[in-house]
Design a protein around this ligand. Sequence first.
Ligand code: AMP
Ligand code: MG
Length: 409
Amino acid sequence: MPHLTQIPVQDAIRIVAKEAPTPTLEALELNRALGRTLATDIASLADHPTVDNSALDGYACRVVDTEAATDERPVRLAVIGEVPAGTPFSGTIGPGQAVGIYTGGAVPAGATGIVPVEVTSEQDGVVSVSRPATASAIRLRAQDLKRGSVYLEAGRRLSVADLALAAGMGQDRVSVGRRPRLAVLSTGDEVVPPGRSLKRGQVYDSNTTAIGLLAQVAGADVVLLPHVGDDIEVLGEAIDSAGEIDLLVTSGGVSMGRYDIVRDLLFERGVVLFWKVAMRPGGPVLFGRWRDLPVLGLPGNPVSTMVVFLTLGRAFVQAALGSSEPLPYDSRILATAEEPLSAAGFKETFHRVILESREGRHLVRGTGNQNSGILRSMVEANGLAVLPPHARIEAGEQVEVIPLEPYLG
Ligand code: AMP
Ligand code: MG
């Protein structure tokens, strides 16, 4: 089958996401589910609150009885009981009567309002009230949550507030998508793990760290495989011994060179779904299968590696998780360019930018040298301006920007 080439980023995203396995589910206790992707809608098991209750400590009574109450002419009511939270009052409040009530206490029958304790004084079974009771101090039954209604929908990435809400709905567990297992393998004769000494012409491996952590932030379980040199046989064996994984992400070896062995392995012995995407950085990216295993071959330049993982690698992970969150590629804000920004010809261009908010406006400027080997620029940048093919954005014009902060941890 002929492979696709120079396809638009959007098409590449679709192809990659289609190769992701369908999510399998696991049930987790709430305190273990932070950051996980919800697999089922969650409905409340109860109303919240379950009864009309008091928002403050004070006295429940009839509003009409207290309308004239002032500091000078307090109204006196007979206290006929009290309602702590959790223990409802069985009687009914009649004219001239009140019941002591505490925050969360069920409002007794007959009461239409609450007077805060601060404007009362009680003696010998009689309370003097110097302000009118208010109905607004009553929290109505089910004003927050209605039994049977869905408040959290499948596909959400669960936050602390989401999980607190799940608990408030009476759920002790949530069903989430299992994390896809992703292996990272860097290639290249010149690439050396950090911590060793470096000879002239060699380069420290920053991509294994970048890919592994970007994948982790995206929600994958990550296995770091040992580095392989530019040897196609060793590469094949390394992939075969990777164990049970859903996706292999490689770094390096997918361009036009003689030693680009990831390309050779997949073209000669595997399946190539696409090679080259009309994007910069990251153009030479390759996606295919080795036996049944999806393989995303990222170019070795460190910025290409990160940008392509964010655009394509994350699409695989999010699909495998059953996530409904927008992909980084679709999460853009509009900003004003402070300087001209140009696309690289027919390629959709991800320009590293510094995004700032000044006087309520988003402004962007480039990080300088856009060479894909400038690793430092990914620390300086907090956004990627997305420049459509052939675009030239003049200073003062609007440009779409992907804020990077959510994806870099
Ligand atoms: P390649 O994609 O193999 O042609 O490599 C492109 C460039 O990225 C070369 O300058 C490599 O030395 C560099 N490179 C390859 N792999 C890594 C890596 N794991 N970490 C940092 N730089 C790399
Ligand atoms: Mg290489």
